[in-house]
Write a protein that binds this ligand. Structure first.
Ligand SMILES: Cc1ncc(COP(=O)(O)O)c(C=O)c1O
Length: 390
């Protein structure tokens, strides 16, 4: 730098050095698009896939690498890549593993935007997409074709709540060299250790419990296998799926309380779900920890927790207009998508329009139980039931 740089140059080139000898629990937030190299040799030697050096903000900073390492360890995996949303994480898996002519099997109860993406891959990218009964278990083996590359699972489906038999699906898939990816968002890496059941790729929407604040959109893909890591990272790099450092920090800040929050959501949701089960207005409670839920026995075998998200089917005597009035009459429960935050939410779904096969009767309404006192939530639902009679 010149001895006396101009004012404008001095505004840019200041003598900042990172503080040494400063210790605190929060980690510094590293913002970067440009990452600096010592010299041309270092630039030429760069390798964006290595986590012991930095090349460009898009490929990682100390802040993103820290969250990735922590998520991999929570999930029992080895490698993790962040994406700008849960849906982007799903896209990262699809683009990493599927090409024209390949076949992918997707559960019929899959998160609906994932279905949208898959249908787009089928319509415009030459990928064969087939939907299967989420309770298929070992039967998945019969659906596998020579060109099947990937089986998606979601445990449970986040609207209709069926719990898949992951060990059976993984065994059938691996017998034919097919990879299994799991959307593990519902259990947040706390209620289910998916790699131990044989899953190859775990995807998380960090937007939910990992953020916990209803304010961040982010996703992650976690793997154990080194070759898979490379394929995921290549897709991440090619798609340009960077995440902002401030958002990453918000998730890092929430992680220490995640398990306590998850357990509080779980206890409150079970209390509300048990109460709903005794109400004549409700035809069925679709909560994996309750026997009404398809796949409940599998949940008991494989899961250690449940979180706050579940659905109900209203007694079939109520029309959509009546259950819409019920939802509109809730006061503590707000109407809106997503879950995992402190506020309780409620969404009615036209489930029969989302599925290839749906034969159950009754309007489906999904609850996200937040961190309010469950007694108040029950009282809110009780007062809203009166709207059903109008
Ligand atoms: C099961 C499931 N997977 C993935 C996602 C996508 O997450 P995001 O909203 O961060 O894209 C969601 C969001 O609601 C979800 O419910």
């Amino acid at each position: 730098m010149p001895e006396r740089p101009s004012f404008q140059t001095a505004l840019i080139h200041h003598d900042y050095v990172a503080p040494e000898g400063f210790a605190a629990f929060p980690q510094a937030i590293h913002h970067a698009s440009t990452v600096l190299f010592e010299n041309v040799a270092a630039l030429r030697d760069r390798n964006w896939q290595r986590k012991d050096s930095y090349t460009y903000g898009l490929h990682g900073t100390p802040t993103t690498f820290t969250l990735e390492a922590r998520l991999a360890s929570i999930e029992g995996g080895e490698h993790c890549r962040l994406a700008p949303s849960g849906l982007a994480a799903i896209a990262m898996v699809d683009f990493a593993l599927l090409k024209s002519g390949d076949d992918v099997l997707i559960p019929d109860n899959v998160y609906n935007p994932s279905r949208e993406l898959a249908d787009w891959l089928a319509a415009d990218f030459g990928v064969s997409v087939r939907y299967y009964d989420p309770l298929i278990g070992t039967g998945i083996g019969e659906l596998i074709q020579p060109n099947t590359r990937l089986i998606w699972t979601e445990a449970p489906g986040s609207v209709s709540m069926e719990v898949p038999d992951l060990p059976a699906i993984c065994a059938a898939a691996h017998a034919k060299n097919v990879l299994v990816a799991l959307d593990n968002t519902w259990a947040a890496g706390i209620g289910l250790q998916a790699f131990d059941l044989g899953v190859d790729i775990v995807m998380q929407a960090l937007t939910k419990y990992q953020s916990g604040g209803s304010d961040v959109l982010m996703g992650a893909v976690i793997t154990r296998d080194e070759a898979l890591r490379r394929r995921i990272e290549l897709a991440h790099m090619r798609l340009g799926f960077g995440v902002g450092a401030d958002d990453v920090y918000l998730v890092l800040r929430s992680l220490p309380t995640m398990k306590l929050r998850f357990e509080a959501h779980d206890a409150a949701a079970r209390e509300v779900a048990q109460w709903l089960k005794t109400q004549p207005e409700i035809g069925a409670v679709l909560h994996p920890a309750l026997p009404d839920c398809p796949g409940h026995e599998i949940w008991k075998r494989d899961f250690s927790g449940a979180g706050g998200l579940f659905s109900v089917l209203f007694n079939p005597r109520y029309t959509e207009a009546q259950t819409d009035r019920f939802v509109d009459s809730l006061k503590l429960f707000k109407i809106g998508f997503s879950w995992g935050g402190a506020h309780s939410l409620c969404v009615p779904y036209r489930i029969e329009k989302m599925r290839s096969h749906w034969s159950q009767q009754g309007q489906l309404v999904r609850f996200n139980i937040g961190l309010e006192d469950p007694k108040d939530l029950i009282a809110d639902i009780e007062q809203a039931f009166s709207a059903l009679q109008k």
